[in-house]
Design a protein around this ligand. Structure first.
Ligand code: NAD
Ligand code: IPM
Ligand code: MN
Length: 367
């Protein structure tokens, strides 16, 4: 059916394949039992394929994703047999950069008190969302090595920050705050050390903030932010930051929500005022992935927590126009944790597949 939404599914490597198998069952439930108009397109890209025939991210796949798909669901990429991570970079950055998905939206929300490892803190204290810039910064791959392997060698990675890139990400954070009734936006940088790049972030942040008078704009140095996230995470509601710092603080954030097995994310291109007037706007294909990687030591053991991927499916369904399903899946995940129908990392004794069985079984009664 031409009106169905096409979802490209890329399980990738290691536990990525195991958690996406369960996430795919959830999607399949919605497709077959709830009649959501979805078509699933299963792709085998990852380390196995790369080692077999050298394929990383083929042009015909790139083209079909960008012209026909509504969303991409990605597991994780990374395999010890590919130490240079060539395939992972081509696929992951091919999607993030290639689709210009400039905002990596990473909720840091604890779904049960016992998941919060901080003394005298509860789940109420951990509820923020990080807007990570996703298309520039240190990730652009500019730079090089000189005199490699000699005593004089030089290694450079350039940190690229553009007015457009910084401004649209900051605006996306403020727009999110406005739409969700949040009172405060933090911008985390290192403008004290990175005098050029982060002076731009600092200046643009307070310029944009003037257009959102009801929302408090607070600057925080990212090192101090790491301290405050542990001392009192409740002060953070929306955080905007650069690509690298967003990567790092969301792993720290994951620790506050029960570990990487609970952290979901969306890579999107929100249409924001005064930016993004490029004619694509909200129509652009978005990509959804758990925050975690391929966890090679866990792979193949049925130990990986699939709940981050279930939450990620929720973010995807909300993006596609079914926000109630995100709420339903989040409530179900919270119950999986509360009732210990979960894996060991979050205090249960279930295997990956058994958690999927439980989630799909409960979904069948949830309507
Ligand atoms: P990782 O996220 O794979 O694992 C970090 C820690 O979290 C490990 O202790 C792991 O056991 C645990 N963990 C992660 N996911 C879990 C889950 N679902 N359930 C239970 N425990 C979980 O990070 P790493 O070890 O630094 O990286 C492994 C590989 O993954 C590397 O090749 C890295 O480059 C890659 N990676 C890929 C992505 C991605 O594709 N988006 C993200 C992060 C890391
Ligand atoms: C993530 C990962 C990636 C990143 C790696 C695998 C390049 O850590 O998605 O958080 O740094 O963006
Ligand atoms: Mn990361």
């Amino acid at each position: 059916m031409g009106t169905n939404k096409l979802i490209a599914i890329l399980p990738g490597d290691g536990i990525g394949t195991e958690v996406l198998a369960q996430a795919t069952r959830v999607l399949d439930f919605y497709r077959t039992k709830r009649n959501l108009p979805l078509d699933l397109w299963h792709l085998d890209l990852g380390a196995d394929r790369y080692l077999k025939d050298g394929t990383t991210y083929p042009e015909e796949v790139r083209k079909r994703i960008s012209t026909e798909a509504s969303a991409v669901l990605l597991g994780a990429l990374g395999d010890p047999r590919v130490p240079g991570l060539e395939h992972a970079r081509d696929i992951l950055f091919g999607l993030r950069f290639g689709l210009d998905l400039y905002a990596n939206v990473r909720p840091v929300k604890a779904l049960a008190d016992r998941l919060v490892p901080l003394k005298d803190r509860t789940a109420e204290d951990v509820d923020m969302v990080v807007f990570r810039e996703n298309t520039e910064g240190i990730y652009v791959g500019m730079g090089g090595q000189f005199k490699r392997g000699t005593r004089d060698e030089v290694a450079i990675n350039e940190d690229v920050n553009t007015r457009k890139g910084v401004e649209r990400l900051i605006r996306a954070g403020f727009e999110h705050a406005k739409a969700h009734g949040k009172k405060r936006v933090h911008m985390a940088d290192k403008s004290n050390a990175m005098r050029h790049a982060h002076e731009l972030w600092y200046r643009v942040f307070f310029e944009v903030a003037k257009e959102y008078p009801g929302i408090e704009a607070k600057h925080v140095y990212v090192d101090a932010m790491c301290l405050y996230m542990i001392q009192d995470p409740s002060q953070f509601e929306v955080v905007v930051t650069c690509n690298l710092f967003g990567d790092i603080v969301t792993d720290l954030g994951a620790a506050l929500q029960g570990g990487l097995g609970m952290a979901s994310s969306a890579n999107v291109h929100p249409k924001v005022p005064r930016c993004c007037d490029d004619g694509h706007g909200d129509e652009r294909v978005a990509m959804f992935e758990p925050v975690h990687g391929s966890a090679p030591p866990l792979a193949g053991k049925d130990l990986a927590n699939p709940l981050a991927s279930v939450l990620t499916v929720g973010m995807m369904l909300a993006h596609l126009g079914w926000p109630d399903e995100e709420k339903r899946l989040e409530a179900l995940v919270a119950r999986a944790v509360a009732e210990k129908k979960c894996t060991r990392d979050v205090g249960g004794e279930f295997g990956t597949r058994a958690v999927g069985d439980w989630v799909v079984g409960e979904l069948a009664h949830a309507f």
